[in-house]
Design a protein around this ligand. Structure first.
Ligand SMILES: [Zn+2]
Length: 202
């Protein structure tokens, strides 16, 4: 019960009690940490429209082509999946933490690409934890590639391109709410539909 004015007609799993439809709409993913399986949240997601790209997007100078995404599909899936897993494992992570982590990661890889080792660390602890996880994933991926192909085939520029693509996806799918997890939800749905589309081994 938030406003204590209107009749609480909905049962809110976020506040573990009743909520009126107006508070539900206004406070959803703002002050209320909505569980992703809340029926009202799921309904509202269907009406959320992709955000228009801001006039100035970060890393605008980096081109991410269809061809690049096809070539780097394995790295992209691996990175996105690890980001998604980390988002669920680290309590309290919301889209804006992912945004901060991706900002720091792209900065780090930009400097690495230019030959400098200068790691950017976000102040936000959740974003920092996400960043660490992604870096670990990239390292694992590189080691695996090195073992199977016998050469160092994953360039910093490839990692950077993948990170910039994820950054743009986040900008597009985030709903702008303080505790919004529309992007996390999008990633989850994407990998779920991918798993369903892959026939099980006989
Ligand atoms: Zn209310």
């Amino acid at each position: 019960m938030l406003c204590a004015k209107r009749k609480a007609k909905r049962t809110c799993p976020g506040v573990r009690g009743g909520i009126c439809s107006i508070c539900c709409g206004e406070q959803r993913e703002e002050t209320v940490a909505c569980p992703l399986d809340c029926e009202y949240l799921i309904e509202s997601r269907k009406r959320e429209k992709p955000q228009p790209m801001p006039a100035t997007i970060p890393n605008a100078d980096i081109q991410v082509t269809e061809k690049f995404l096809r070539e780097q599909a394995e790295l992209l899936n691996f990175t996105a999946q690890s980001l998604l897993a980390a988002a669920f494992e680290i309590p309290g992570v919301v889209d804006s933490d992912i945004r901060e982590a991706l900002t720091a990661l792209t900065r780090t890889y930009r400097t690495r690409e230019s030959g400098l080792i200068y790691d950017t660390r976000p102040d936000n602890l959740l974003a920092g934890a996400l960043q660490e996880r992604v870096e670990l994933t990239v390292r694992e991926f590189r080691e695996r590639k090195q073992q199977t192909s016998g050469m160092f085939s994953v360039r910093d520029a490839d990692v950077l391109g993948v990170l910039v693509f994820l950054q743009r996806l986040e900008l597009q799918f985030a709903n702008g709410r303080r505790r919004g997890r529309a992007f996390i939800d999008y990633l989850r749905g994407y990998f779920e539909s991918l798993a369903e589309a892959t026939p099980a081994a006989p």
